[in-house]
Design a protein around this ligand. Sequence first.
Ligand SMILES: [Zn+2]
Length: 183
Amino acid sequence: MDWTSPLVSPWNPVLAQDLVLDKLGWCGVSWGLDWEEWTATAILAGHKTAGYFALRPRSRMHAWVTHARRAGLAVDFYLDGCWAFAAQPGTLGAAFDLSALATEYARVLPPPLGRKVAGELLEHADVPLLTTAVHHEAYPATVCALALGYPPEVTAGLLTPRRHRFPHLPDGAEFGAYCPECD
Ligand SMILES: [Zn+2]
């Protein structure tokens, strides 16, 4: 797909989610990184749209939240449990060229699906990035993926095998066309 953003990277679904390796039976690579540390760093550096994590000790988590808010990031900090959702500031439409991305989805997906997906994406232009992150599981896959900084190619892979996925409802946005439920 001919679309890029500094907030979107193939590394985001790989490094921010150890659960992928878990579901693959740990036959994957161990990256030697703490996913919570990595997520916090990637968001602050502008390499990832948003995410959730807890840093320890708790004093470090508090310090991160203070620093991130001063740097302009949007943070929902949950004192109970001492963890946070953090996101780049602003809305989906301000952070991403949604019209170009909608055109790309419409180009690579089968026509009825492509048009539907492109329309859904454009309808969410005014939603703040932090909201898309906190409620990422409630949004269409295209919005969920952007909220987490996942590449649209992975999302298109998730959306394409709909007939197969009818009995196996889509798993995490990280999986793309891969189905962890069957061989
Ligand atoms: Zn399956």
